[in-house]
Design a binder for this molecule. Structure first.
Ligand code: LLP
Length: 438
């Protein structure tokens, strides 16, 4: 998919670049991002929303993959940006991303983070709780600023990918509950606070969702709430944000919908519900992360050792693992992979791909069909663009890999591989521990 194909040498090629050359030039493990595919995904969202006739913002949820080059790309594709920490905000600002198109999320924003966001003048705070609401009002007052706010509500719809649980009061650390009146109370307070300009509400029902039903249910609940607030207080919402969560295909077990179908279903639900309530259509905002970058990413590893336990299993170890992709260990996530330098060859054996960390749980893929691999072969694991680099760690003091963007036969480094000096650069040996003082 995307620009990936097998070339005449039998090698995997992405963005017109032979990944064997990439391994030589940049080393492994290596994250490879198909830039054209990221842009295509962004355009699918924007185009589908343009068709709906609604006002909209597509905010890329940068938690999925936050690096400067990605922020530049999001800006070029006219996306907004969702950040959840000072680190993500700083990355965006350093990349020159326009602050007024940044939305700030998070259930425990610090004073420092809020002040930083106020100083750069971000477009919207998604306020999660009462403490934050008042803190934001006070800090904005000190800077003599009025800030745009969405209130994050817990709509009582929870997506478990295939089914949706509709509960009166959802057990979640996020947001104001619709069911117990706290969302209503938050609207009243936000409306009274002088530095707060209440735009509307936000809800997020889950991630890796394959159907539209949950979004429809959430829009319905949000509309009911908007109507109740209008009728009781005369407060109107001009923005409804339905969050992210649009699914992607990691393996053949996954059957996500095309992006345009999610968009149209949400837009239809907004139009139908708000029209029925004689309510002006609000702007609709979404926050896709995974579906923007997930399937554009591929991780390239070099095969090292193997261990065969006759009649039990053959382990094949690669030069990365849970440090660059913790998702299998954390969520039992499944991935597809091929031998990138022998991509034409038939699979002849079943192997399980192990990482190099010192723990048994460090497995990337169980029971993968591959040609018989030798050390030095390259393994390409697909669909690693979202929540991989973003969740990478230095466990075992393993260095984070480099990231390259590939497009039209060109490969550009967007994150350098960490060096051994990077690993120790924040370490300090207190004077009293130093040899000279012993
Ligand atoms: N908006 C909010 C408020 C969110 O909490 C999230 C994801 C998104 C948008 C983006 O959701 P997406 O479109 O990417 O599904 N680390 C996990 C995923 C955590 C998602 C957290 N929130 C994973 O690797 O699967």
């Amino acid at each position: 998919h995307g620009t990936s194909k097998i070339n005449n040498s039998g090698h995997l090629e992405i963005g017109g670049v032979d990944v064997v050359d990439l391994a030589e030039k940049f080393g492994t493990p290596l994250y490879i991002v198909d830039e054209a595919l990221v842009r295509q995904r962004a355009r699918e969202y924007v185009q589908a929303f343009n068709e709906t006739g609604l006002k909209f913002q597509v905010a890329y949820a940068s938690k999925a993959f936050s690096v400067k080059a990605m922020c530049v790309l999001a800006e070029q594709e006219n996306l907004s940006l969702d950040v959840v920490s000072d680190g993500e905000l700083y990355t965006a600002i350093q990349a020159g991303f326009p602050a007024e198109r940044i939305h700030f999320h998070g259930n425990n924003k610090t004073v420092e983070e809020i002040n930083m966001a106020l100083e750069v003048g971000i477009g919207c705070f998604v306020v999660d709780n009462f403490i934050e609401l008042h803190m934001l009002n006070d800090l904005a007052a000190k800077k003599d600023k009025v800030v745009n706010v969405l209130l994050r509500i817990t709509p009582g719809v929870e997506a478990h990918t295939h089914d949706y649980i509709s509960t009166g009061q959802q057990d979640s650390k996020f947001g104001f509950d619709l069911g117990n009146g706290s969302a209503r109370e938050a609207v009243i307070q936000a409306n009274e606070l002088p530095q707060i300009n209440l735009l509307g509400v936000h809800s997020h029902i889950g991630s890796q969702i394959f159907e539209v039903e949950g979004f429809r249910m959430a829009v319905e609940k949000v509309t009911q709430f908007a109507v109740a607030v209008r009728d009781e207080f005369g407060i109107l919402f001009t923005v409804i944000n339905v969050g992210g969560g649009f699914g992607i295909r990691y393996t053949e077990e996954d059957a996500p919908l095309p992006i345009s179908q999610y968009v149209h279903a949400i837009a239809d639900a907004i139009k139908t519900n708000f029209t029925a309530a004689d309510y002006a259509w609000p702007e609709i905002w979404v926050e896709p992360g995974r579906s923007m970058v997930g399937d554009a990413g591929t991780t390239l590893y070099t095969v090292g050792t193997s261990k065969n336990i006759p009649n039990v299993r053959k382990y094949l170890a690669v030069d990365g693992g849970m440090t660059d992709n913790p998702r299998p260990a954390l969520y039992q996530s499944k991935y597809e992979a091929i031998l990138a330098n022998r991509a034409n060859e038939e699979a002849t054996e079943v192997v399980s791909i192990a990482g190099k960390c010192c723990e048994s749980g460090d497995m990337l893929i169980w029971d993968l069909n591959l040609p018989e691999a030798n050390s030095g072969d390259l393994l390409a694991v697909f669909c690693t663009g979202a929540y991989n680099y973003a969740m990478a760690s230095n466990y075992n003091r393993i260095r984070r890999p480099a990231v390259v963007f590939v497009k039209d036969g060109q490969a550009d480094l967007v994150v350098e591989r960490e060096s051994l000096d990077d690993i120790v650069c924040n370490d300090v040996i207190p004077a009293r521990l130093q040899k000279s003082s012993l």
